[in-house]
Structure formats: C-alpha cells, structure tokens
Write a protein that binds this ligand. Structure first.
Ligand SMILES: [Zn+2]
Length: 104
C-alpha cells in the first residue's frame, strides 16, 4: 500500500486570486511597511500622474491605488500611482459613483 509522499510546505496557498469569482478587498499594508511603500512611490513619482498628463507639475501628495483595494486591487507597486489631492479626490468621487451604480 503506497504511502502519501511527505509535504514539504513547498506549496503555499495562493491568497490573492484563490477565488476569482469573489471580489475580496485586499488588506492594506499598515505601519512601517506601508510607509516605506508610500515613500518609494513618491520618490519614483514626485509629480501627480494625472497632472503630468495635462502638462502640469503638481507634487505628489497621495499614493493612490489605481484599482482600489476595496475592489480587489493589488497592493503591489504596479497598482500604485502618485496623485495630488485634487486629482485623488476626483478619482475617489468617480470610484464612489461606480461603486454606487454597481450596487444598484
Ligand atoms: Zn493632480
């Protein structure tokens, strides 16, 4: 009778997209890790991305999640952008609108 091969913990369960059908909010990094991530984005994007599109150089004030964590967006660098406060407010407002509509 064959015995099961031992498991060496090589297969860690994938958390992020284990259930693609359910939109799960991504936990936001807190404390020191979150601050370091924020500083990193601001260092790489010292000016608001949206303003740069309009040829304005407004200093980055907020590190924004391009796809909101609440919508299952990633907390990875590729999902982050630097925004100024007005641009971030605009984006948040439109996200709330989409959120409201999707809830019916
Ligand atoms: Zn801006």
């Amino acid at each position: 009778m064959p015995t099961q091969p031992p498991q060496f913990g090589g297969s860690t369960p994938r958390k992020a997209w284990s259930s693609p059908h359910r939109l799960k909010p991504t936990p936001r990094k807190r404390g020191r890790a979150g601050q370091r991530d924020r500083a990193e984005v601001i260092a790489e994007e010292p000016f608001c991305r949206e303003c740069l599109k309009n040829n304005r150089a407004t200093p980055t004030a907020i590190v924004d999640h391009i796809k909101p964590l609440a919508w299952g967006g990633s907390d990875a660098r590729s999902n982050k952008q630097g925004l100024c406060v007005p641009c971030h407010d605009l984006k948040s407002a439109s996200e709330r609108e989409v959120d409201r509509r999707s809830r019916g």
